[in-house]
Design a protein around this ligand. Structure first.
Ligand code: NAP
Ligand code: GDD
Length: 339
């Protein structure tokens, strides 16, 4: 019997979003392929629990030859380009690698689609970081793009090229301009997971080798038992990653390619995230958090908050998880992991 399942190809499958998307598509009976970077020790990251259900292809967004070869072999109905060097702070330390993997990596996929599988539908992971320095609040699909860091500049290249390839070559390339989304699978390099891990490590009194490693390869709590953070006034629109992968799928199932803002429309500060996370474990954040200017950024983006009315109106998508539920989910997952 021929296999009639729809075929999806995901880059960035080991990351936070790749793992939720793979689960979502497997649930819908897709055949799921993923691009996996070869490490000296094989690592399946967040999809280790699915490694027998996914077909992996070793490759890299830096290598156009492998991308074309895999598209020719896999013939995907849908491609989700989630692979990227995705950390803003890190993008100042590795600006050229970021431009190459996050910016040109997307362009290499567009070229492979154009030349090899022009009928594939392609989702490009764009970002609220595109709006960077904008003074317009909230932001929607018509808000001018104003990147404020090397990561955002690389994503802007990928975003503009997505629009150019869509219009010039009549390819089905859609972008999801996603605002921050988090989960228990978020890397500890990002502020929300750093806080949830920090609050739990302090609550459990973890020390030395029992401490999880966070940003910069350092233990999440410093030698004085404090959680070090940068700008507590930074404001973000935080949603749950599990809700957002459904938006990606809906975006590719619209009748034409387009750009879509995805977010909750609610903004919170890093300080409010600290308050909520520490209070989940019965602690007062002010007793445990200290400022380390090392985590400040050369430029900070303005308040990023989504006007996601277009996707709600046309595709019927809206977030299901509140800020409070998200914080609670992350803290309780870390509690059971570290206890
Ligand atoms: P993530 O957890 O950092 O995952 C990034 C993924 O990209 C990992 O699987 C990583 O593989 C892979 N990757 C990096 N460089 C690659 C390369 N050169 N070739 C192939 N794969 C490569 O990111 P995420 O949070 O899931 O986000 C997914 C995408 O959405 C990213 O493009 C991100 O920029 C974008 N985005 C995220 C958010 C958010 O709030 N999460 C918001 C807007 C947009 P390894 O495991 O081998 O490192
Ligand atoms: N990482 C980190 N670590 N950020 C901190 C810290 C800290 O110790 N202290 C304060 N912050 C502030 C940052 O200055 C930033 O304003 C905010 O917390 C959020 O930082 P991150 O969690 O690193 O995420 P991001 O908003 O820079 O980027 C994420 O969201 C983008 C969408 O807007 C990433 O997932 C990007 O890939 C994504 O495009």
């Amino acid at each position: 019997m021929p296999d009639k399942r729809k075929i999806a190809f995901i880059t960035g499958i080991t990351g936070q979003d790749g793992s939720y998307l793979a689960e979502f598509l497997l649930e819908k009976n897709y055949k799921v392929h993923g691009l996996l970077r070869r490490n000296s020790n094989p690592s399946y990251g967040n999809v280790a629990h699915l490694r027998h259900e996914i077909e992996f292809s070793f490759g890299d967004l830096a290598d156009p030859a492998c991308l074309s070869m895999y598209l020719a072999k896999i013939q995907p109905d849908e491609i989700y380009n989630l692979g990227a060097l995705s950390h803003v702070h890190e993008s100042w330390l590795q600006p050229l690698a970021t431009a190459d993997q996050t910016g040109l990596g997307a362009l290499r996929i567009y070229e492979a689609v154009r030349n090899v599988t022009p009928r594939s539908r392609l989702y490009q992971a764009s970002t609220s970081e595109l709006f960077g320095k904008t003074k317009i609040i909230p932001q929607n699909e018509d808000t001018p793009i104003h990147p404020a860091n090397p990561y955002a500049a690389a994503k802007a290249l990928a975003h503009f090229d997505a629009q150019i390839y869509r219009e010039s070559f009549k390819l089905f390339i859609s972008t999801g301009i996603l605002f921050n989304h988090e989960s228990p699978r978020r890397s500890p390099d990002f502020v929300t997971r750093k806080i949830s891990l920090g609050a739990v490590a302090i609550k459990l009194g973890l020390k030395g080798g029992r401490l999880p490693i966070a940003q910069g390869g350092r233990p999440v709590i410093n030698a004085l038992g404090k959680l070090e953070l940068g700008n507590l006034d930074a404001q973000r629109d935080w949603g749950f990653a599990g809700d957002y992968v459904e938006a990606m799928w809906l975006i590719l199932h619209h009748d034409r390619p387009d750009d879509w803002v995805v977010g909750t429309g609610q903004v919170h500060t890093v300080r409010q995230f600290c308050e909520a996370a520490f209070s989940e474990v019965g602690l007062n954040w002010q007793d445990h958090v200290v400022i380390n200017p090392e985590w400040n950024r050369p430029t900070e983006t303005g308040p990023l908050v989504a006007d996601a009315s277009k996707i709600k109106r046309i595709l019927g998508w809206k977030p299901k998880t509140s800020f409070k539920q998200l914080v609670s989910m992350m803290v309780h997952s870390d509690l059971s992991r570290l206890s």
